[in-house]
Every structure is written in C-alpha cells, then in structure tokens.
Design a protein. Structure first.
Length: 260
C-alpha cells in the first residue's frame, strides 16, 4: 500500500463497511481497496436522492456550487457507513470545507484524502462516437472502479464539451454523438483529477461549449479558455438546465454548422 495514504487505507481495511460514499475522484489505492472488499460505492457528486435541495440550507448557503450541495443532500439522506472526500487540487477548496461540515454533522466517519495520481488510464470514452449523455454516464460510473474504462474506437470530433460532469445531464441532450469531451471530465476518465495540463487541453478547430456549475471556481477557467477559443460558448448553470440554456446550445451548434 502506498506510504502516502496510510490513514485512509488503514481505516478502509480495518472496519466493517458495506456502503461508502465518495466525493470527487479518490486515489486509485482507495478505490482498489473498496473494490477488493466488495464495498458498495456511492458517487455523492451525482444526483442520487430525490429530496428537496432546500434541506441543505442549514449546512450550506444557497449560493454554493450545485455539485457540492448535491453531495450534502446525498450525505444526509443516504444510509452510508463512511464517506471519502478528495480535498486536494483534483477537487476544490470548497470540498475541504464541505468535509469539515460533514465531519461535525454526521454520525459516520468522513475521511479526507488527496489524489495526486499521475498514471494515465486513457480517455477513449471522451473521444468515441456515443451520445454525450451515455459517454458522461460511463465516465462518472467509472470513478467507482479501479479498472480502465476500456478500449473505445475514436471518432473525428465535430463539437467539443469542456467542463465538469453537470448535475443536470439534460444539458448534454443537444450535442452530436461526435462530440469530444475535455476539461475535468476527461481528467476523471484518465483517473488523474489533478492533471492541470490535461484539464486545460481543448481542440481549437471545433466549436466547443465551455461549462461549469454556477458558483464553482472552475467558471473562471472555463470563461478564460472560452475567451481564447475561436468558436466557443461559455455556460454556467446552477441546479437545472433551463430552456434558455438549451436554446443557446442548439443555436450555437447550428450556427457552427454542426449536425446532430
């Protein structure tokens, strides 16, 4: 076991756990340990419970990233045995504060970790021809496994989606199957969430939508990259993707000559 993660791995191997929530992309050694012990993993960044988001207001302000508010919503409603949160550069400073709050509010252990893995696992899902919702679902589901995502055939890109996996996947409905994924979502498939060079990479030759959740620190990077891209649309969306945002996406792609 890596010497850099003794506390996390020691806890995960010595306690009887059945259901563990994760936030961000914990180190591969953590995921391998959970997989080996057949512990059920819940990706708390994803929309797992249909509860009112307003129930989180005692713990987080409304003007906070929708993903981390969703983390808290899941954490307070799911019957978990423990939570592992990446609080390093592969997630965000706000995740560190959420971990502090959950440690004090929950009766279960909340374990902080830092993912500095740099072994590339590949990004074939990001570059294959599949519906964008299906591609993003495969990537987010893959965080629960230590295995590579698989070997998918690449396609020529006609459009790009740069950013984090959105809370509301309906934003992805209007993209063609030939859309390539960039940004932190690509880092997620590669299992290197702190790889800044990979995160900023994008294709300047294809029309690209740069996306981040409203109130997320990555909106600054998304806007910066969009400003430097010759054919870009910057979008930040809070909890739900409204009709206006979807219309902007459709119009941008149509004006860019992209066929669905």
């Amino acid at each position: 076991m890596p010497a850099t993660l003794p506390n996390e791995l020691l806890f995960l191997t010595q306690h009887p756990l059945q259901r563990v929530g994760i936030v961000g992309v914990p180190p591969l050694a953590v995921i391998q340990t959970l997989n080996t012990r057949n512990i059920e993993i819940f990706d708390l960044d994803a929309l797992l419970v249909r509860e009112d988001m307003e129930t989180t207001l005692d713990l987080l302000p409304r003007v906070y990233c929708a993903i981390l508010r969703t983390v808290v919503l899941n954490a307070i409603h799911l019957p978990l045995d423990a939570i592992v949160i990446d609080v390093g550069p592969g997630k965000c400073d706000a995740a560190f504060h959420v971990a502090t709050i959950l440690k004090e509010e929950l009766a279960i252990p909340v374990i902080t970790t830092i993912n500095q893995d740099n072994h590339p696992f590949g990004t074939s899902i990001c570059r294959t021809k599949l519906g964008l919702i299906e591609k993003m679902s495969l990537i987010t589901e893959g965080v629960k496994s230590a295995a590579p995502s698989g070997d998918y055939q690449p396609c020529l890109p006609e459009a790009g989606f740069w950013g984090v996996p959105p809370r509301d996947f309906s934003i992805l409905e209007h993209f063609p199957a030939t859309t390539h994924i960039y940004g932190w979502s690509r880092c997620m498939e590669n299992k290197t969430p702190a790889d800044t060079a990979l995160e900023v990479h994008c294709n300047l030759s294809i029309p690209t939508i740069f996306f981040a959740q409203t109130f997320c620190a990555k909106t600054a990077l998304a806007k910066h990259l969009a400003r430097r891209h010759p054919r870009a649309l910057f979008l930040d969306i809070d909890l739900h993707t409204g009709s206006s945002a979807k219309a902007k996406i459709e119009a941008f792609l149509e004006l860019s000559g992209v066929n669905r």
